[in-house]
Every structure is written in structure tokens, then in C-alpha cells.
Ligand binder design. Structure first.
Ligand SMILES: NC(=O)c1ccc[n+]([C@@H]2O[C@H](COP(=O)([O-])OP(=O)(O)OC[C@H]3O[C@@H](n4cnc5c(N)ncnc54)[C@H](OP(=O)(O)O)[C@@H]3O)[C@@H](O)[C@H]2O)c1
Length: 286
């Protein structure tokens, strides 16, 4: 039996981790009301008294646009507090798993970013997540950083739910076609984290890993597939990011090189089409 403590219980990945609880996996989940990452010491106190084998931080300030005007708060939640949590884990020799993002990269070029590529974030959210990565590693405990991209699920706010909501009222939409990445089902990220936690409890040293769904697509292609699978007739016209102003700059190339994850943990990458079908069915049932 593996016992994990999860911060961010009510987010997409937090909820997916809880859904994975089984006779072999106990998940103790803390939501924002139990543990506010704005108050680092409260989070560390939870870790010091928890009777668990590993800690997963699935909480984050994830509003990329809002982070531009709230960088201090985003940095506390995504950067400084994960560092304090990692130190609390290190004191107890507990594995600590931090989720990070393709947004730590600048999105230049067309090749997939390897885990050892140099981060160079181009927005406040990316900067705050990079600080989290740096501080987690500096804690010198047993830690792992799992970077993922374009997470979707039936929970919370995500691109799939936004597109399906827009399709209720719009017959055509303009979607960017020059940002590409791997849409990733939250439930698959949860599985990947559990696999990593089990391995680390058994002695795996951790490190930085990438995990993203396949195949890589543009947002416009992803939107078309969502509408196709959901039987919606919304037209998608492609626009360039430059013509689609957003508060935060977004990386054009979000490809993640995931080979060290698949080889190291013996788990293939998910084809996102399959979970998209499941998510749409769940949402249709209401
Ligand atoms: N979503 C993506 O496309 C994506 C892509 C790459 C990486 N990631 C990373 O994946 C992880 C999980 O993301 P997600 O998609 O599951 O995000 P999410 O659905 O937005 O969940 C984040 C959770 O963090 C909680 N939270 C925010 N501020 C908090 C605070 N001060 N104290 C405690 N909890 C707080 C939120 O609570 P409330 O519910 O109360 O707001 C929410 O439940 C994050 O590390 C994110 O950076 C996400």
C-alpha cells in the first residue's frame, strides 16, 4: 500500500489523483481550505505530521493571464512555497513530486524540449514555475519534477471545456494555429505521478521528467478534433498568435521530449484522442 499526501485536491490533477485511490493506494488530499500555499509554513507543518510515503504538489496558481498582474502571489504559490514543502520533505527523507510545465521554456525552434534543456520563461506564470523547480531541487531531498502540457479533464477550467461551451453559442471560432503541443489527460498525469512516487519510495533518485500526450497538434487542430468527437458543427478558422493578443505571451513550441520518462518508468505516452472521448462522454452526461 502506497500512502500519498496531495496538495491541490480540487484541481484537475488533484481530483484525478483522488480518483486513483484503491486498495493499493491511499490518497490524503488537501484543498485550498486545508492548506493554503500562500502560507508556506502551514503547508510544511502538514508535511511534518503526515503519516505518508510521498508528497505530491498538484496545487498551483494556474491563471496564466492573471499571473502577469499578480506575479508576487504567483511566485509565492508556484515558487517559494513548493521550495519550503520540498525542504520539509527532505527533513523526513520523503519523496516530493512537483508538477511543472512546458511554460518554463521559451517555445523557440521546432524541436521537442528535453528535460535538461535550459528554461527561459517568457511570462510571469512560467517564471514562477521555474522558481519552484529551482527551489525544489535546491532542497536536496528526494525530489522529482514532472513537466507536462495542455492538461484537460472533465474538471475545472481547460481548453476542452471552453471549446464545448463556446460551441453552444458560436458557429465559427478563430483559434491559433501556430502554437503546438501535446494535449495531456489529467488522469494520465495522475497515473504517471503515482508510478514515479512508487519508484521513488523503492529507491529511484527522482530528477526532471517530461510527460505529455501524443500526437502533437496546434490549438486549432485540437479544437477541430474536440468538435468532431462531440458532433459539433463549429467552424475553426486559423489565426496567428500575433493576431490574437493575449495578456501573457505564450510559447509557440510546447513540444516536450518524454523519452526519459517512458524508458525510465516503462510507461508509454497516452494518445490524447482516447481520453478526449471519455471526457466528452462524461461532460455530455452532465
Ligand atoms: N492546466 C494545464 O494545462 C497545465 C499544463 C502544464 C502544467 N500544469 C501544472 O499542473 C499542475 C496542476 O494543474 P491543474 O491543471 O490541475 O490546475 P488547476 O485545475 O487550476 O488546479 C490547481 C489547484 O491549485 C489550487 N490552488 C490555487 N492557489 C492555491 C493556494 N494558494 N493554496 C492552495 N491551493 C491553491 C486551486 O484551488 P482552487 O480550486 O481553490 O482555485 C486548484 O484546485 C500545476 O502545477 C500546473 O502548473 C498544468
Amino acid at each position: 500500500m502506497l500512502k500519498i499526501l496531495v496538495f491541490g485536491a480540487d484541481g484537475q490533477i488533484g481530483r484525478s489523483l483522488s480518483a486513483r485511490a484503491s486498495s493499493d493506494l491511499e490518497v490524503i488530499s488537501l484543498g485550498r481550505n486545508d492548506a493554503d500555499l500562500g502560507v508556506a509554513e502551514h503547508c510544511a507543518a502538514h508535511i511534518r505530521r503526515a503519516d505518508v510515503d510521498a508528497v505530491i504538489n498538484a496545487a498551483a496558481y494556474t491563471d496564466v493571464n492573471a499571473a502577469e498582474n499578480n506575479e508576487v502571489l504567483a511566485t509565492q504559490i508556484n515558487g517559494l512555497t513548493p521550495g519550503v514543502m520540498a525542504r520539509a520533505c527532505a527533513e523526513r527523507d520523503l519523496p516530493f513530486l512537483q508538477i511543472s510545465t512546458d511554460y518554463v521554456f521559451d517555445g523557440s525552434g521546432t524541436r521537442a524540449f528535453a528535460p535538461e534543456a535550459s528554461p527561459n520563461p517568457i511570462n510571469a506564470y512560467g517564471r514562477s514555475k521555474k522558481i519552484g523547480e529551482d527551489l525544489v531541487r535546491a532542497a536536496k531531498g528526494k525530489s522529482a519534477i514532472l513537466r507536462t502540457s495542455w492538461v484537460f479533464s472533465e474538471h475545472g477550467t481547460n481548453f476542452v471545456k471552453t471549446m464545448l461551451n463556446l460551441a453552444e453559442t458560436q458557429s465559427s471560432l478563430s483559434i491559433v494555429g501556430d502554437q503546438v503541443g501535446g494535449p495531456t489527460p489529467a488522469i494520465e498525469v495522475a497515473d504517471a505521478l503515482v508510478i514515479m512516487a512508487r519508484a521513488m519510495v523503492a529507491g529511484h533518485p527522482g530528477g526532471i521528467f517530461h510527460f505529455a500526450g501524443e500526437p502533437v497538434v496546434s490549438w486549432a487542430e485540437f479544437a477541430r478534433e474536440i468538435f468532431s468527437q462531440a458532433g459539433k458543427h463549429t467552424d475553426v478558422s486559423i489565426v496567428a498568435s500575433a493576431d490574437f493578443p493575449s495578456v501573457a505571451k505564450r510559447p509557440l513550441n510546447s513540444r516536450l521530449e518524454c523519452a526519459s520518462f517512458t524508458k525510465g518508468f516503462g510507461r508509454p505516452l497516452p494518445d490524447w484522442h482516447l481520453d478526449l472521448k471519455r471526457v466528452i462522454k462524461v461532460l455530455e452526461r452532465g
